[in-house]
Design a protein around this ligand. Structure first.
Ligand SMILES: Cc1ncc(COP(=O)(O)O)c(C=O)c1O
Length: 393
């Protein structure tokens, strides 16, 4: 098998799985709300091959900083959804002038609109609404509340909209992304209902409602795309018509999460009086950089067919010198041995883009397309590491 021959550790993108995710997403959206835009969330994984592939598949680039905006432009992408609190004035004004979808999220962006006086411009605005009261226990920050967008309930949203209108700029979209703990459909019923309430209350004529990302994808046991979008469309149709209002979605995890594996090799076995540690050439810093995961999807491939002892407990560890670089435990199973491979599945989202350069350089990345495997990012070299760095004279 190709995967057992390459030097580990490496990531491998399964093109077939990625394309299947894209196809399923498009089919579900097409059936529910044919006037849709998919803005692929760059922050989730902005590897060049991935952003190129999604551009070619017809997805917009959903970017949240001037650097991400420039990255999209650098690959010739002109279909951009520009969100976030890390825009620069220059890229913000250019995006508005270019008629990109720009969702205002900070008060200083409203000030920047002064530069556009007399020009025919429109923008969207990010709404901050109290999801915790509608879906208790499901939001990321619980009762501390979320910080993005302008608060609907305390009147700041209305004030921001009035300020934008007073500058002669039209508000033609609202952005309501929420990052939840549960990714459950009820998050999206709250988002859709809030979109209607806001559009009615402030008599908005909206060209788009952007419900953000945060969906599951590529997991049979979790909600499927049509469950989300059929329900969202049913609610939105009470106020909006697909003929005049587009539905924007910003998936990251749902497209790329399940399409990437991480392949590692067992390098050593260390027994102590307390434990048996299986050391590998992979690390938690590559697939759980925020150190929050409690389990993984994985497969183990033994190097040889030789008989193996039964072990009560083995702790799989990474290559770093941090004690907590421990990935998972196996109980009541055959012993692992040097040369065995451990392949982690569904590790494409918020992994390689958040990994630090700790102890080792970034690993190789391949794309698997049926029977071929092609490298799309080589392991970083020292010249990559030292580029734009200056030592002592
Ligand atoms: C504004 C915005 N859109 C889209 C996403 C993508 O979310 P996910 O990868 O969960 O689909 C995020 C993630 O934080 C986000 O902040």
């Amino acid at each position: 098998m190709m995967i057992t021959k390459k030097k580990t550790p490496f990531f491998v993108i399964d093109k077939e799985i990625l394309d299947d995710n894209i196809k399923k997403l498009k089919t579900a959206l097409n059936e529910a709300w044919p006037n849709y835009i998919i803005g692929y969330s760059y922050k989730t994984n902005s590897l060049l091959w991935i952003i190129d592939h999604l551009k070619n598949a017809g997805c917009y680039a959903e970017v949240v900083s001037d650097d991400e905006y420039q990255l999209a432009k650098s690959i010739g992408h002109d279909n951009i959804v520009y969100n976030g609190i890390a825009k620069s004035k220059e890229t913000f004004l250019k995006a508005v002038r270019d008629h990109n979808i720009v969702n205002i999220d900070s008060t200083y962006e409203i000030d920047w609109l002064d530069e556009l006086k007399g020009e025919d411009c429109e923008v969207g605005i990010r709404v901050n609404f109290d999801l915790e009261s509608k879906c208790p226990g499901q939001t990321q920050c619980g009762t501390d509340g979320e910080r993005f967008g302008f608060c609907y309930e305390n009147g700041d949203l209305k004030k921001a909209m009035d300020a934008i209108n007073s500058k002669g700029v039209r508000i033609t979209g609202i952005h309501l992304h929420k990052s939840s703990k549960t990714r459950m459909p009820c998050i999206y019923s709250a988002i859709a209902e809030t979109a209607i309430e806001i559009a009615q209350k402030y008599e908005l004529k909206l060209k788009y409602v952007d419900i953000g990302g945060g969906f599951f994808g590529g997991l049979e046991t979790k909600p499927q795309f049509n469950e989300y979008f059929d329900m969202i469309a049913e609610i939105l149709r009470q106020q909006f018509d697909p003929a005049s209002t587009a539905l924007i979605v910003e998936p990251g995890m749902a497209l790329i999460g399940s399409a990437i594996d991480y392949v590692t090799t067992v390098t050593d076995i260390k027994a102590t009086t307390r434990n048996t540690f299986v050391v590998t050439d992979g690390s938690r810093i590559h697939i759980d950089p925020l150190m929050t995961k409690t389990s993984y999807f994985y497969d183990i491939i033994h190097k040889t067919d030789a008989a193996r002892q039964h072990m009560l407990r083995q702790v799989i560890c990474g290559f770093t010198c941090m004690e907590h670089d421990r990935l998972f435990e196996i109980a009541d199973s055959e012993e692992l041995a040097a040369g065995d491979r451990i392949i982690y599945h569904k590790v494409g989202a918020y992994t390689m883009c958040l990994s630090p350069l700790f102890i080792k350089m970034f690993p190789d990345i391949y794309v698997k397309d049926k029977d071929t495997m092609r490298i799309v990012r080589e392991k970083w070299s020292f010249s990559d590491y030292k580029r734009n760095c200056y030592g002592e004279e």
